[in-house]
Design a protein around this ligand. Sequence first.
Ligand SMILES: N[C@@H](CCC(=O)N[C@@H](CS)C(=O)NCC(=O)O)C(=O)O
Length: 229
Amino acid sequence: MSRKLYSLCGADRARPFSPHVWKTKLSLAHKGLDFDVVPIGFTEIPKVEEGATKLVPLLRDGERLVQDSFEIAVYLDENYPDRPSLFGGPGGMAMARFVEGWSQTTLHPAIARIIIRDIHDSLDPVDRVYFRESREARFGTSLEAVAETGTAALATFSDKLEPLRHMLKFQPYLGGERPLFADYIVFGALQWARIVSPQRLLSPADPVAAWFERCLDLHGGIGRSVTAA
Ligand SMILES: N[C@@H](CCC(=O)N[C@@H](CS)C(=O)NCC(=O)O)C(=O)O
């Protein structure tokens, strides 16, 4: 297979958890493109493809190397125009940037606090050391202190999903009648928590939970290929 997706995982190589890599998995599946997954730990990322990246996803497509989940989606739409579009046109691409911004500034920080301890515990020993050091530097406090804020973050998490709940009154996906990359952006964030943590972020009666279940079923159920923690 000439198409390879480098994917972040912990000690269990069969449980890739990166939200950004999940966006790319769904993107490739949406385009109907086959790919091999190369599972790697945090400390292996800078070693692959001659040091091409410090972050995943990283996609090798034949001679091309592409990084960053959004850039990969753009690349796939530009290079496989005969396959279903990930953006549905320039307006969709522009609005997907807003969804990316909302997800990364509103959902990710809350989810990170809720599941930081679970992420740490899922890693290989060498990656645990790296994860603790890098995240303590990022948050400016101990991992334990960040984890303590997780309870409050979980209690208010549902409120942060109100924009999505509003949208679901009118349409089944962010993309409208069918999912687009914007759906995969938000899906990736919730899939990260689903795979890494036994804590439940969505109540079963929430319309967002129904949308998430629909996303798990997409493209042959690729999202369900990894079970919930
Ligand atoms: N904007 C990037 C973000 C990629 C990113 O933050 N990836 C994380 C994994 S979820 C990573 O590779 N982290 C490596 C590290 O922290 O050392 C994207 O959308 O692809």
